[in-house]
Design a protein around this ligand. Sequence first.
Ligand code: PLI
Length: 463
Amino acid sequence: MKSKELVQRSWAEPYKIKMVELVHMTTAAERKKAIEDAGYNTFLLRSKQVYIDLLTDSGTSAMSDRQWAGMMLGDESYAGSENFYHLEATIRKYYGYKYVIPAHQGRGAENILSKVLIKPGDIIPGNMYFTTTRLHQELAGGRFVDIIIDEAHDPLSEHPFKGNVDLKKLEALVKEYGSKKIPYVCIATSVNMAGGQPISLQNLRALRDFTKKHKIKIIHDMTRVAENAYFIRMKEKGYKNKSVREIVHEICSLTDGATMSAKKDALVNIGGFLAVNDKKTYEEASNLVVVYEGLHTYGGLAGRDMEAMAIGITESVDDDHIRARVGQVEYLGNKLLEKKVPIVLPIGGHGIFIDAKRFLPHLKQKQFPAQALAAALYVDSGVRTMERGIVSAGRNADTGDHYYPELELVRLTVPRRVYTQAHMDVVAESVVEVFKKRKSISGLKMIFEPKYLRFFQARFKPL
Ligand code: PLI
């Protein structure tokens, strides 16, 4: 057997550890007090109170030695930093977009893009909402409409591309409102709120044909595009022998522009960008960026941050990297499936999503089952996770009522290149332990609710 084949038998990490960060152990009594003080919201815990942090994969990656070396090459000039030109060239090379504007993170890019493209009364169809994306669309006067396939809302459906758009839903919107009211369709790769589920190239191509006919743009939320590309390679006919890098480029080529939170796929702790192909949109966005983020050659970032991002993008499309990244998530998911823990299927790219409705069938959705489960997991082991259910979904901006999403989930998000297989074992043991005593978990009452993105700062108490 050739050595390469031997390596290919496992998802083992294509790197070794050079520096470590010590983590904190706590007692059950300390954790019980900590979650009470945090209003049963894992966002309000201090990181020192956490043992294994699966709150998010955002900004939590371990950078490589090359990225750290790049940080030393930071050109901190106010205007025209060399690192900007490196970043711009990297985005053009791997993603193919023409014009690039850096932003401090994804939502900074979403703010600018929404302000440039959306007029009051516009409709923005998308393949499931994302919290910050939808809020910026609404703040610009638009209304998000979900056009993802129905299977995406069913945690048990094993559809291989649950991120796909239902073109009939889009067609109905165009008929009802006219294409002039639809400035763009917002397409996320690896749909976060559906469980990190990919869109297929076949579906994206059909969407491109449809939108071209109706003169509607496609804006790509490319936060986790490499993970999506990996699933296309593994599951879509005709892509087995293509590299992730080639597939990423093909995905981007079917869209008109993108917003990116580089804190995920692109392996940096801070950063993002807006990228478009059309000069007019670029000019308007580069004018607005100076109001909200900074000059168009730094967009709220230090030169060193842009350098780390350029190198991170290059590393993110490496086949071995992405295979190990998704492989680790699958490893954790399979451990839970073995013990019959209800999770969203198929296993997605950036985390495991526990189905809180099936985990805690004795709780009603308005008793915040996913929020309660995330708190219980923390108390059991110090593992921090995140609610992705009714609290995250927020309220309908017109009626003020809670949205009641089909998916009531707890996300165990795996940071990139940070934790080991043994950590995944500990996480699985804790989830299984809590599953055994699930009947003892009670619901919560919300006692403080912020107006925007309430999940970040809301406070609860047990019923
Ligand atoms: O957190 P930002 O502002 O860099 O990016 C916002 C953002 C946009 N789109 C998508 C799909 C995201 O997942 C996203 C941020 N996600 C976070 C923070 C998360 O924990 O999933």
